[in-house]
Design a protein around this ligand. Structure first.
Ligand code: SF4
Length: 331
């Protein structure tokens, strides 16, 4: 599966009645801390306290999901934040393989991915790594990422490619970049370099991340359609398949509707006090799914999804407080 197929799979409509629990993605935010401050990233402006997931909680979530999900088990160790800041990352990757997850992957900015760390991750069984590299030169990279790590990221990419060649392991290596006005002139250059060391290079359009970056998206946006690069635009509509396709767990131990939010405004249940299965199949999730199903084209004003779907800021007074009490309380 390449990167665009993986995204498409997540965005494809899943009929709950017959789709079963095969292929549901488990996403674990091992940390919301990050050593970069990318201009398009909602996490860069997040006010949420930075923390690392409790190792035992992460293991419990993975174990419970492995028990109730189908045979096609997929897990991602990234939502917000830089996952390589989490010191138990390789242990979690190894544990995922012990539990029978057939596809374990993550996204990283690559700045901390030295040869030792990468080797540990690959030896633990990581199936796929995506490097988020958002510029084609050191100068622009520093401006966009807020850190001078272009060389580290490129070296990590090259090492991963060579490691795969040497070991013949079945590891997928991807590169992604958010195309914006600031890096537009370098996108083709980045593509030419990155495609030599990866299976696929994909350029995303900036998105509002559930309304967090609504104002900025318009200012950053540039049309990439004329460039000889592969682009992908993430667009959500109701009913949103992510509600059926993905179990998203924040580093605080909350179940979130999706991975697109840095300030916990989409959290709906507290997994510190209930099982993942009870939460994900429970009455609150079912109610949100119902709201999405009933209003095919309409505006889902009682949920924060309104922002994600319409690109406009939601009105907090219209949010269903029974469903999102936890999210609003945690702001
Ligand atoms: S905010 Fe709502 S509509 Fe947007 S991706 Fe998340 S669940 Fe889907």
């Amino acid at each position: 599966m390449n990167l665009t197929e993986r995204y498409q799979k997540k965005l494809d409509r899943m009929q709950t009645a017959d789709a079963g629990l095969d292929g549901v993605l488990v996403q674990i935010e091992v940390t919301n801390a990050c050593n970069h401050k990318c201009v398009f990233c909602p996490n860069a402006d997040s006010r949420r306290k930075k923390k690392m997931i409790d190792f035992k909680l992460a293991q419990r979530v993975m174990r419970e999901c492995a028990e109730f999900l189908g045979d096609d088990k997929r897990i991602c160790f990234h939502m917000n934040g830089e996952p390589l800041l989490y010191k138990h990352l390789s242990e979690l990757v190894r544990y995922s393989k012990e539990l029978g997850y057939n596809y374990s992957f993550l996204t990283t900015n690559g700045s901390l991915a030295d040869e030792k760390f990468l080797t540990e991750l690959f030896e633990a069984g990581l199936d796929s790594i995506k490097f988020s590299i958002n510029a084609g030169s050191k100068e622009t990279y520093k401006k966009i990422h807020g850190a001078d790590d272009y060389d580290h990221a490129i070296n990590a990419l090259k090492f991963s490619w060579e490691y795969r060649k040497k070991t013949q392991k079945d590891i997928k290596i991807f590169v992604s970049c958010v195309g914006i006005k600031d890096n537009y002139e370098e996108l083709v250059q980045l593509n030419e370099l990155a495609k030599q060391y990866s299976d696929e290079v994909v350029f995303y359009y900036p998105c509002s991340y559930a309304g967090q970056k609504t104002d900025q998206v318009e200012k950053m946006y540039c049309d990439m359609s004329k460039l000889p690069i592969k682009t992908f635009e993430i667009k959500h509509s109701a009913p949103c398949p992510v509600l059926w396709n993905s179990i998203n767990v924040t580093c605080d131990g909350y179940l979130s509707l999706c991975c697109s939010e840095a300030d916990n405004r989409l959290v709906i249940e507290d997994l510190n006090h209930m099982s993942v299965k009870d939460a994900w199949m429970g009455s609150k999730m079912q109610r949100v799914r119902k709201i999405h199903e009933q209003i095919q084209e309409g505006i889902i004003e009682t949920t924060p999804c309104y922002s994600c779907i319409t690109g406009k800021q939601y009105d907090e007074n219209k949010i269903d407080m029974d469903l999102f009490e936890l999210a609003l309380r945690k702001q």
